[in-house]
Write a protein that binds this ligand. Structure first.
Ligand code: URA
Length: 238
């Protein structure tokens, strides 16, 4: 008899291998006519590798059913993200907190209220931007996401960025900034600089939850917001 843990590992390995095979076939130009979008969603929810969706709705469905990450099964609701699917600017945070977990929407708690004010300060409305997180489910007790969790969830963020194709990405806090820049440094070291995720300009700034705890950093955050506004004016004018 196979012990339960072993069975899970075997299933996960098998699923990852299946996904890898399908991805290889896809890279060779083969389309999975038989698999269909529901099949692809199911595989994305289980598997470990890259994912591919045709629409944001498909991606959201897969996130809501996601079982890629055993540590995050304690979630109430997954929080895929929300906003304008054609947004020219996308904000990426760390992961849902308690209120986001309850509502299934990003940045609705105290940090979200500050984010809304930060957007308003540079004449942006929440409805015109897209807001998401690096991990889509609340880590237990609001702890930092583990590296395996970040890795398991990252393909969803990559796909959101590919589908929305914004002109500008704003990384809120270290976890988002590290994911988007690929650099292993904190927000203080990364902010002020401009980076690229694929060919999309990425500006890191402080996470609003950090600013609530450390309001003395709001002046620097304001400088970052002004830089974001300048880039919006430059990029939108093109
Ligand atoms: N903090 C985040 O990083 N994301 C949210 O959605 C809420 C709080």
């Amino acid at each position: 008899m196979i012990p339960a843990g072993q069975k899970n590992t075997d299933l996960r390995t098998l699923t990852s291998e299946l996904v890898a095979c399908l991805e290889m076939e896809q890279r060779r130009g083969r389309r999975f006519i038989g698999l269909g979008s529901a099949g692809r969603e199911a595989l994305a929810s289980l598997g470990g590798g890259a994912v591919h969706f045709e629409t944001l709705e498909q991606l959201q469905g897969a996130v809501q059913r996601c079982r890629r990450c055993p540590h995050l099964r304690g979630r109430t609701l997954a929080v895929p993200g929300e906003g304008n699917p054609q947004a020219r600017i996308m904000f990426v945070g760390e992961g849902p907190g308690q209120e986001e977990d309850r509502e299934g929407r990003p940045f609705v708690g105290p940090a979200g209220q500050l984010l809304t004010k930060m957007l308003q300060a540079i004449q942006l409305d929440r409805r015109e931007v897209y807001i998401t997180n690096r991990v889509k489910c609340r880590p237990p007790q609001n702890r930092k996401p583990e590296p395996e969790e970040l890795q398991a969830c990252f393909p969803f963020l990559q796909e959101q960025i590919r589908l929305i194709n914004p002109l500008l990405l704003v990384a809120l806090g270290t976890i988002a900034a590290q994911g988007l820049t690929g650099l292993d440094r904190g927000t203080s070291a990364l902010r002020g600089g401009s980076y690229f995720f694929k060919d999309i300009l990425c500006i890191p700034t402080y996470h609003p939850a950090f600013l609530l705890r450390r309001p003395e950093f709001k002046r620097q955050a304001w400088e970052d917001l002004q830089k974001i506004r300048r880039e919006i004016d430059r990029l939108w004018a093109k």
